[in-house]
Unconditional design. Structure first.
Length: 167
């Protein structure tokens, strides 16, 4: 059991001034990280981008997502390696889903490396289901790796504000 406690966090919109710190986290978390240009382009495009930081202003995690026709597509979600295992990924996913509901989209979509069993397990616990496979989607050492496509339908709210399943 992990004896560490999750830190107090602040969540806010990611801004251009955050990119240097985000790129450092990205590089520490992935063998094939997004580039600075990927983050700059995503912010310039107006994608949903949220940052999680501790009281000292240290970046603990973030996500970026793109709106589409009645969906929000998660492009990148990362928890800094030193802060993994404390439920911060789950909290970021809850924030992502709150953003999706505020945008009144019908579903959230994502891709995850087929080999990333930890992330896939989290997404499944949160209600996401595998709906497809993108062959050779991710770069990997000496090859390409498949991505599992997952989706979460979001309940709509009727006029009274009560959630109900989409038809």
């Amino acid at each position: 059991m992990n004896a560490r406690l999750a830190p107090a966090v602040r969540r806010r919109a990611m801004a251009v001034r955050d990119i240097d710190a985000v790129v450092l986290v990205e590089a520490s978390a992935y063998g094939f990280p997004w580039t600075r240009g990927n983050f700059v382009d995503s912010l310039a495009a107006g994608y949903v981008a949220e940052l999680m930081e501790n009281e000292a202003g240290e970046v603990l995690g973030y996500f970026l997502a793109m709106t589409g026709v009645d969906e929000l597509h998660l492009l990148n979600i990362t928890v800094a390696p030193a802060w993994q295992g404390l439920g911060l990924g789950r909290r970021l996913m809850a924030d992502l889903e709150a953003q999706a509901r505020a945008l009144r989209v019908a579903s959230v979509w994502l891709e995850v490396r087929a080999s990333n069993l930890r992330a896939r397990s989290l997404y499944e616990r949160l209600g996401y289901t595998a709906v497809g496979l993108r062959k050779a989607y991710y770069p990997a050492v000496g090859r390409r790796e498949d991505a599992v496509v997952m989706s979460l339908p979001l309940p709509d709210e009727d006029a009274a504000g009560a959630p109900h399943a989409l038809d």
